[in-house]
Design a protein. Structure first.
Lengths: 158, 158
């Protein structure tokens, strides 16, 4: 089973694909989609093309995104929401089932503590996936954490 | 010149197409796209299909949307932003130039007063377009007001 975690954004979208075989988790591919500061509709169309290509390449059986919380910067929150709309549309057109997690739910599944610090989450994700070092930047680590969270929750018997 | 105004939403999207010939404005088509309460990604994919069909039917030379303001209901604001992201992506893929207006800018262009009441805007839109009565519901009237605003501003010599 292949699970894709996506950390939404307009300027930077983190993604991480995790393969689950039995109880073993491996990172298949992870990285960052970045968009230049072009006009908003063209930028969103670029997000769509890039995410569609990602879905066609990874062919995930399930997709997880993080629930958007209201940031202090409202303008940023609205732009991230516009991009997330385009991402979810692409996910539906690809046909993969979608799960949304609150940040606390990811921490709870990965670390066992809903109030865990980001570093603890990154440490556990790196360890569970058997990676030599923590993926950078945070957008990528967050996307992998989402994929690990969904992988752990969808494990047979979990 | 054909101008399409779109009043974004997740549950209801108002649209209005206005034709400008010289200084004469006529309403070509207006109405509401509505989506049922299905899962969010599928709902956004439906928005994309419906808006793409609308763009292919109307073939606008320009598209206007209203700038999203932060509503009291944050959840609603975020859902509207997700839908707007999908709408703008479809507009870019259609290739029409896009303009965004703040609510006050529409009032100023249509009524001559940035603080005008909604009823005054609707009265002027109905009159400028030579319609027998004010289009209902408000989402449709708002979309026509956006199209009229862009038509007035893009008039030669305006």
């Amino acid at each position: 089973m292949r699970i894709l975690g996506i950390d939404p954004g307009l300027e930077r979208i983190g993604y991480g694909a995790v393969r689950r075989e039995g109880s073993r988790l491996t990172a298949e591919e992870y990285g960052l989609i970045q968009t230049p500061r072009i006009e908003l509709p063209e930028r969103l169309a670029l997000v769509r093309r890039e995410v569609t290509q990602l879905l066609e390449r990874v062919r995930p059986d399930a997709v997880a995104t993080e629930q958007l919380l209201f940031s202090v910067n409202r303008k940023t929150a609205m732009d991230v929401a516009k991009s997330l709309g385009v991402i979810l549309c692409a996910v539906a057109e690809h046909g993969a089932p979608w799960t949304e997690f609150a940040p606390g739910a990811v921490k709870l599944s990965v670390v066992g503590n809903g109030g865990a610090e980001k570093k603890q989450v990154q440490f556990m994700v790196t360890r569970l996936l058997g990676l030599a070092e923590t993926p950078k930047p945070d957008d990528v680590a967050d996307a992998l954490a989402l994929a690990v969270c969904l992988a752990l929750r969808s494990r047979p018997g979990a």
